[in-house]
Design a binder for this molecule. Structure first.
Ligand code: ATP
Length: 261
């Protein structure tokens, strides 16, 4: 289980240069589809080493927030996205990924006709051209994180189970060594045990200093494993807090069930 401190140390004073920001900061994010705005000014932060959950009912805007943050939502209308202080909101998706912000979208967009190994190697080239030894070391790290990938390393991804494919998708994103990883419903459709394994891997990543923001439909699981939670309602953040403080009350459940508070 993740630590429950949940405190953010995003602002580190650096004298005349102004505050040095670390991790991901999203400010005033507005996004939508065509003329319809569905995300109405979202602020959120993910510090290095934090596992943060983004919850909300169907249609609340979670996927749109992740996509707009990663720059793949062309309908992003306004707002600021910064990674370690670097402004990413004007950049193209490939530049955002190269800067260290990775999105694993729902539905695992991986290459099913390619082997696990080929998929992982591709992931390494998103950020920059890496030396062969570096790629091999990265593949080794991914097998440590997700041991089944070692067994299936030469198999075509299309022949793997849904859970194994999800591991490949996350590992592929990690091969680019992101600073912050955005995971959109990584446990959707997975058996509970496998979902727990994925969370264990996410906690290990956070332990290694990566900031992780995960969208999950399962409130209890998200509150158990994350250190902080944001809850969206109708395109806005309706509630934010540490998982420990939110676990004990019914505030999250009320929003997710649409009960008036
Ligand atoms: P879910 O949990 O069901 O995936 P979500 O919280 O991720 O939902 P979004 O997928 O971000 O929510 O959708 C937010 C709103 O935007 C919804 O009203 C949805 O109908 C709308 N929407 C999503 N994708 C599109 C699209 N491609 N075109 C038009 N409207 C869209």
């Amino acid at each position: 289980m993740a630590g429950d401190g949940g405190s953010l140390s995003l602002l580190k004073g650096t004298g005349t240069e102004g505050p040095k920001l670390s991790g991901l900061q999203v400010r005033g994010l507005r996004a939508g589809y065509g003329v319809m705005e569905v995300v109405h000014g979202v602020d959120l932060e993910v510090a290095p080493g934090e596992l943060v959950a983004l919850l909300g009912r169907n249609g609340a805007g979670k996927t749109t927030v992740l996509a707009a943050t990663a720059g793949i939502r062309r309908g992003r209308n306004d707002g600021e996205v910064r990674l370690d202080g670097l402004a990413l909101h004007e950049r193209r998706p490939a530049q955002v990924a190269a800067a260290g912000l990775a999105l694993v979208p729902e539905g695992r967009r991986i290459f099913t006709e390619m082997t696990v190994r080929e998929n992982l190697r591709l992931g390494a080239f998103i950020r920059r051209r890496s030396a062969a030894s570096e790629i091999e070391a990265g593949i080794g790290m991914m097998i440590d994180l997700f041991p089944p990938l070692g067994i299936y390393i030469h198999r075509k991804v299309g022949e793997l189970s849904g859970g194994e494919q999800q591991m490949v998708a996350i590992a592929q994103a990690l091969m680019a060594r992101p600073r912050v990883l955005l995971l959109d419903e990584p446990t959707a459709g997975l058996a509970p045990l496998l979902a727990e394994e994925l969370y264990s891997a996410a906690i290990a990543l956070a332990g290694g200093g990566v900031g992780v923001l995960v969208v999950d439909q399962d409130m209890h699981r998200a509150l158990e494993y994350s250190s902080r939670v944001y809850v969206m309602e109708a395109g806005k953040i309706a509630l934010a807090g540490t998982s420990m403080e939110l676990r004990s009350g019914s505030a999250v459940e009320k929003i997710l069930r649409g009960i008036d508070r």
